[in-house]
Design a protein around this ligand. Structure first.
Ligand code: ADA
Length: 532
């Protein structure tokens, strides 16, 4: 993928973005853009099926080559000259397939409901289909770097990082430089691990997001990262970065757009972050799936905190007791962590959005998946956004408590927002930070109503104003808020919920699906800015 900070300058990579041959089921042969979602194009709007993408692959020599796909929605098989060489389940995450020789590449992409256990039509978002993120052919050469993991373990009195480098092929000469200082030069193979003290390098924080270039070279290959030296922790009911309490003011964001589906161009993701900053926000919850890496890079350099979440939506005992669902969820967690772990902006790992955390039968599934997250990366607090706060039986498993609640929309009235929030937070372990992870109301852009009733821009603006002021009031127990939701987004046409989604859109956005402002836009900006 075309990262903001290219991961490889030396490795020979063919960028496969462009227009490929395409055919959806029995339709006539056609073409489709990569990245792109076919059901966001006029001819294939709303179409579900198996889309076959095809193009030639030319390998320049006999060394190992790898096809790297950053997000295919939502399950696919990869064929070379008609022979299956790989498959993948679940969108939004990067995976690789070894390519043995030149030939005709086909990616058979399935966006039907149930093609992946992680993408179901009863979820409250539209499941666009396609090769939605980057596509590249990597020449690995005789010795290559498979992965680099940088974990900040301390920042005081000096920054200390754990560095792990997985090497393929070789052995070969290995050099590592960080912040312009050479840390290692020798021959190596296998996995290299080091704990390094880095005196003199500036720390990363939301207000001062310093990043330092890391470059590893192994034989002809290279791997580059931007390292943010920071430690995220909890201190009683506060979330801290480098020991300093932080308050997270932000939004939930779906990575989608009516004209692009899940394949947003970088200019759109950058524009979204400009609007997030205009709101006075410092926080984005990527609901409810792993984020594009360029988006994370932009958050790294702009000091925007990210709640990175594995794909799920209201899982219950059936899903959390199903071995195939759990395995798909584990793979999604593994792949989310692999992409996001080196990005300092990711301050929280989230999963299992609004799962049945009040059902004891679901607790083993929570334990298994939260345990997986912690085993992969013990350096970040773990959370889930729950809507069973008063009867939750899994809260002890997480470090930060997320509360989803919709007073003034689905229940109660705007005048009740404070009382509802206070009632819920009274059920939360007082030794843990608590974030309002979702709160909001529908506001149809252009619908202005003197009565300020539900569905109007006025009602949405009034509700968000009340919620933000209560959460950010002096003495509040809350350490953050994420409004549901940044922008209106297309949702699934599942009955009967769609009857509450005019236009088939969830319109709780602070801006509409084309990022055009509503009354709530300025209201949120005023309320957030008043508190910073
Ligand atoms: C839930 C869910 C969101 C969205 C929201 C709503 O909190 O987590 O994805 O569906 O409700 O708009 O009702």
């Amino acid at each position: 993928m075309a990262r903001r900070f290219p991961r490889h300058l030396r490795r020979r990579i063919v960028d496969l973005r462009g227009v490929w041959d395409f055919r959806l089921d029995g339709d006539p042969p056609d073409v489709m853009a990569v990245p792109g979602c076919w059901d966001a194009t006029p001819r294939y709007a709303g179409r579900r099926g198996v889309g076959v993408y095809r193009r030639e692959l030319l390998l320049t020599d006999g060394t190992p080559h790898r096809l790297v796909l950053d997000g295919v929605q939502h399950a696919c098989r990869v064929l070379l000259d008609g022979e299956e060489i790989g498959s993948h389940d679940g969108g939004f995450t990067r995976f690789a397939v070894d390519v043995p020789r030149s030939g005709v590449l086909e990616v058979h992409v399935d966006n039907r409901d149930g093609a992946s256990p992680l993408h179901r039509d009863f979820y409250d978002w539209h499941h666009y289909g396609g090769i939605a993120r980057g596509a590249e052919l990597h020449r690995l050469g005789p010795a290559w770097i498979d992965d680099v993991r940088v974990t900040t373990v301390a920042v005081d009195p000096v920054p200390v990082v754990d560095l792990a480098i997985d090497l393929g092929g070789g052995p070969a000469p290995l050099t590592v430089r960080l912040g312009g200082v050479e840390l290692r030069r020798d021959r190596a193979g296998g996995t290299v691990r080091e704990r390094l003290e880095l005196p003199g390098l500036a720390r990363w924080s939301l207000r001062e997001p310093h990043l330092h270039p890391l470059e590893a070279r192994f034989g002809e290959d290279d791997w580059r990262e931007r390292v943010g030296l920071r430690v995220v922790a909890t201190d009683g009911d506060r979330l801290t970065i480098n020991g300093e309490p932080v308050r997270l003011l932000g939004v939930n964001r779906h990575d989608s757009h009516p004209d692009h589906g899940f394949a947003l161009p970088d200019d759109h993701r950058l524009a979204d972050l400009q609007l997030v900053e205009r709101l006075g926000a410092n926080f984005v919850r990527g609901g409810h799936y792993p984020q594009d890496e360029t988006f994370l890079e932009l958050c790294d350099e702009r000091g925007i905190a990210v709640w990175s979440e594995a794909t799920a939506w209201q899982p219950d005992a059936r899903q959390l007791g199903d071995e195939s669902w759990l395995r798909a969820a584990e793979r999604n967690i593994d792949e989310m962590v692999a992409v996001a772990r080196n990005h300092p902006s990711v301050v929280l790992w989230g999963l299992l959005n609004e799962g049945r955390s009040d059902d004891a039968a679901c607790r083993p599934g929570y334990e298994r998946l939260i345990g997986r997250l912690r085993a992969l990366d013990p350096s970040r607090p773990v959370t889930y956004a729950g809507n069973h706060t008063e009867h939750d039986v899994c809260e002890d498993l997480v470090d930060v408590v997320g509360v989803n609640t919709y007073p003034g929309w689905y229940h109660d009235e705007i005048a009740d927002v404070g009382a509802v929030l206070d009632r819920l937070v009274a059920h939360v372990d007082p030794s843990k930070p608590v974030i309002v992870s979702e709160i909001g109301a529908e506001g149809v852009r252009g619908w202005r109503d003197a009565a300020r009733d539900r569905w109007s821009e006025e009602h949405q603006s009034d509700l968000l104003d009340a919620a933000i002021r209560h959460v950010l009031a002096d003495g509040s127990r809350f350490t953050g808020i994420a409004i549901w939701v940044f922008a209106d987004f297309r949702t699934s046409n599942a009955m009967p919920r769609v009857l509450g989604r005019p236009r088939n859109y969830n319109q709780k956005g602070v801006v509409d699906e084309y990022r055009r402002p509503k009354l709530a836009t300025d209201t949120v900006a005023r309320a957030f800015r008043a508190s910073r």
